[in-house]
Design a protein around this ligand. Structure first.
Ligand SMILES: Nc1ncnc2c1ncn2[C@@H]1O[C@H](COP(=O)(O)OP(=O)(O)O)[C@@H](O)[C@H]1O
Ligand SMILES: [Mg+2]
Length: 453
């Protein structure tokens, strides 16, 4: 603001002086004309009357510098004036036709701007027209007044503009960059709060959405890696137990028990049981890792489901370990039911659910109910076993999860079966549901698509 004021002031100064100079020069020329057309007037009278009309000071000077007349002064006073040839404006005019000077007048005790013009008249050789600097100064301050007002107006506009730019642009951007900075430091919970519908608000929203998605992804990744290390701990633990048993039996056999007919067969049987358990565990683990890598794809075809279930029930009835259990099928629809399914995987589902039902039921019954409705077949496996509480129902599909009761009662489980079952059912485009009550029993149910063609 100050720099332009300084330069503009300087230019106003010289502009005003130039303007006054050219005005005075015009007056000098006009006065020369006035002088030649009023030859009856004395030089002093002529100077007086022109000066009165124009409010200027007029001096007439001879070629040798003698003052011949001056407006406002009597001839006596004029006589007393010193030679003016050495005045800068007169000196310049004698060389260059006209001359200009600004100076303090010792005669009139005021600062004047002088313009001297050389003329070729018989009475006088130089006409000098002067005006007080007061006039110039008031003109200058008038112009400066305009200028200050303009500068004030421009500054006000600039300040308002800066304020608005800050409000609309700078501070929202600062807000966004602060948020981005926090996100960089790992704080995914921060959100930028820029209201509106403009580009900056859109940018803020994008940043928020980015934080949202990335934050969720990172949380997922962290959870996944937690799940994975927990999984690894579980796997090693589950593998270690049967291996330890097997090596225990074999060591005992080697250190003499092999010869003891009373125990050798039962030790071998127990070792084999543990090997079977390892086999089941490894098979389940292979399935789990194939699910994980997306390799466990379903080969869905038309499957006649009843024979599969019948065979499983038959096997179950034969191998139910002296339990007092009635295992049966209630088919409330046709005898031939075709569904869309992967036969091996659906067999695995029924096998798992049925062996769970047997495993966690001491006496009573296990029913596999089949109902069809509008293009779908509903299967439910109901038992009258130990059941489970709501908290467990929420978690049984997690890998390795076994209820405390299940753990204490049945040693052989792995806790992997249901997570595989759930995956298979979902890969068939369906869902598995559980209904259970402690001490009363459990029902698992799911649907498959009917395939009638
Ligand atoms: N029919 C059932 N009745 C009671 N609890 C069950 C039943 N089926 C499953 N569960 C509970 O769900 C847990 C997980 O089942 P699953 O994944 O098949 O593992 P596992 O059979 O190896 O224990 C079981 O350990 C048990 O606590
Ligand atoms: Mg199971």
């Amino acid at each position: 603001m100050f720099t332009p004021t300084f330069f503009i002031n300087r230019s106003i100064d010289s502009e005003v002086k130039e303007e006054i100079t050219s005005r005075l020069l015009s007056h000098a020329n006009a006065f020369a004309l006035f002088l030649s057309s009023n030859s009856k007037l004395s030089l002093i009278e002529a100077a007086d009357s022109y000066a009165n009309a124009t409010n200027l000071r007029i001096t007439l000077i001879s070629l040798d510098g003698k003052v011949l007349g001056e407006s406002g002064l009597s001839s006596n006073e004029v006589m007393k004036m010193d030679n003016h040839l050495s005045r800068p404006e007169v000196l310049q005019a004698s060389r260059e036709a006209f001359g200009v000077a600004t100076r303090y007048s010792s005669t009139l005790k005021e600062e004047y701007i002088y313009v001297a013009l050389k003329i070729n008249a018989e009475k006088a050789s130089f006409i000098r027209v002067a005006q007080t600097m007061d006039f110039a100064k008031s003109l200058i301050s008038l112009r400066q007044g305009y200028q200050y007002r303009i500068i004030f107006l421009v500054s006000t506009i600039l300040i308002i503009f800066t304020f608005l730019v800050d409000r609309w642009v700078t501070s929202p951007i600062r807000n966004i960059s602060r948020v981005a900075e926090k996100i960089k430091m790992g704080d995914w919970s921060v959100r930028s709060s820029v209201p509106g519908n403009d580009e900056i608000a859109a940018l803020a929203r994008s940043v928020n959405e980015m934080a949202e998605t990335l934050g969720a992804d990172i949380a997922k990744i962290i959870k996944m890696s937690d799940v994975r290390s927990e999984f690894l701990i579980n796997v090693t633990h589950e593998l270690k137990t049967p291996i330890a048993s097997i090596s225990g039996y074999i060591e005992t056999l080697l250190s003499g028990a092999l010869e003891d007919k009373k125990v050798n067969r039962s030790f071998l049987k127990r070792a084999l049981k543990n090997i079977n358990r390892l086999e089941v565990l490894v098979t389940d683990l292979v399935d789990i890792s194939r699910i994980e890598t997306g390799e466990l794809t379903m080969n869905i075809i038309q499957v006649n489901i009843i024979p599969i279930i019948e065979e499983l029930v038959k096997d179950a009835n034969e191998g139910k370990d002296k339990k007092d259990l009635k295992i049966y099928i209630s088919n409330n629809t046709k005898n031939n039911i075709n569904v869309d399914a992967d036969p091996d995987r659906i067999h695995q589902v029924f096998d798992n659910l049925l062996s769970n039902a047997i495993r966690y039921t001491d006496d009573g019954e296990i029913e596999i109910a089949i109902n069809s409705e509008a293009g779908k077949v509903n299967f439910s496996i109901r038992d009258t076993g130990i059941g489970m509480d709501d908290e467990s129902i929420e978690r049984i599909f997690e890998r390795f999860y076994r209820t405390v009761t299940a753990r204490s009662r049945v040693k052989s489980g792995t806790g992997l079966g249901l997570s595989i079952v759930k995956h298979i059912i979902e890969a068939h485009g369906s869902n598995i549901e559980v209904d259970s009550k402690i001490g009363e029993g459990t029902t698992f149910s799911f649907e498959l698509k009917l395939n009638d063609d």
